[in-house]
Design a protein around this ligand. Sequence first.
Ligand code: SF4
Ligand code: SF4
Length: 374
Amino acid sequence: MSSLVKPKVSIVRCDGYEGTRLRSALRESLDLIGGLGAFVKRSSRVLIKPNLLSARIPDEAVDTHPGFVREVAALVKEAGGLPAIGDSPGSFFTIKSIDEVYEKSGIKRVADEIGAELVRFDRIVHIDGYPIAEVFDKYDLVINLPKLKTHSLAMLTGAIKNTFGFVPGLSKVQCHKKAPHINEFSKILADIFSITKPGLSIMDGIIGMDGDGPAAGRAREFGLILASPDAASLDAVFSHIAGLPYSRNIVLKEVTERNLGCGRLGDIEVVGENLDSVRIRDFRLPKTELIYRLPSWLSGPIARLIGFSPVINEVSCKKCNICKEACPVGALTIDEHISKIDKAKCIKCFCCHEVCPHDAINIKRNLFAKMIWQ
Ligand code: SF4
Ligand code: SF4
């Protein structure tokens, strides 16, 4: 991105979701990038879009914490705006399923407390061939609230990836079917990001997740809030903090090379905490990251040899069928006798792993992958 003014990303520490302390940390993070008043005008309608992957309780760190959403909504009101809250989870879309996510994640409670409208992404428009939730341009401003987490396919799920939530429910599965590999999938993510670009992103990195995210990793206290008007810049800072170099952050590279945002650290002004003081030295990337460490000319053939496969843990499986609905190629059989994945059909998109609400799908390495890993 060639610009004389560098996009800003603020980094502020915050050690919990208690209202007063969190609100003041959020205010500080926003003041560092010009203040919320620069984004929210009096009586403007503001859609707050957290990352609500599935119906999980806040302590599991799968969804943006309800306390974080509440305090952002309170600040929007304080600035004179009218907040609404909404997202579309990863699994199949029914009124019942989205209401269950809003209920269990704590979002319904905070929307009631703060007096914010709770929006369902139930109307679709088609833009550039993509089904997009109609709400995306019905508001004066979208505030994007990603969670600081890993992702087994995209490596990290940050501010750019959170806009994929504008593709409602199971329509996401069709995108995975069209683009099973991250190289193609990153193009889809960049397309959707270009359509739905949020005006402001604030990352909930107070308690996040490393390891095999976005749902089955390790919940960890990181104590961080990142904020920026440029989602790509925010992700560049997050990537640095997590130890994933730009060259291996395929989604960020795609967005930056298409000039949709600024993903190169040198072109970004970091304000607040010193960037190197917040690096998480022991941050665990997903197992699948191994493939992205190979030179690109090797990653095709070797990636096929290095097997990473989803495997169902029969003991933990509750036969809820959510994974089956989410699989783009119908590779899962779930019945009272068995839960299994047809390896010949599986395209390794890891959607099943992402949506399983009981962490019953693990990612396993084959022998060759284990040898290389060691
Ligand atoms: S593996 Fe998970 S998502 Fe699939 S049926 Fe079992 S519990 Fe449900
Ligand atoms: S079984 Fe899981 S990883 Fe394989 S194609 Fe289906 S959803 Fe994707």
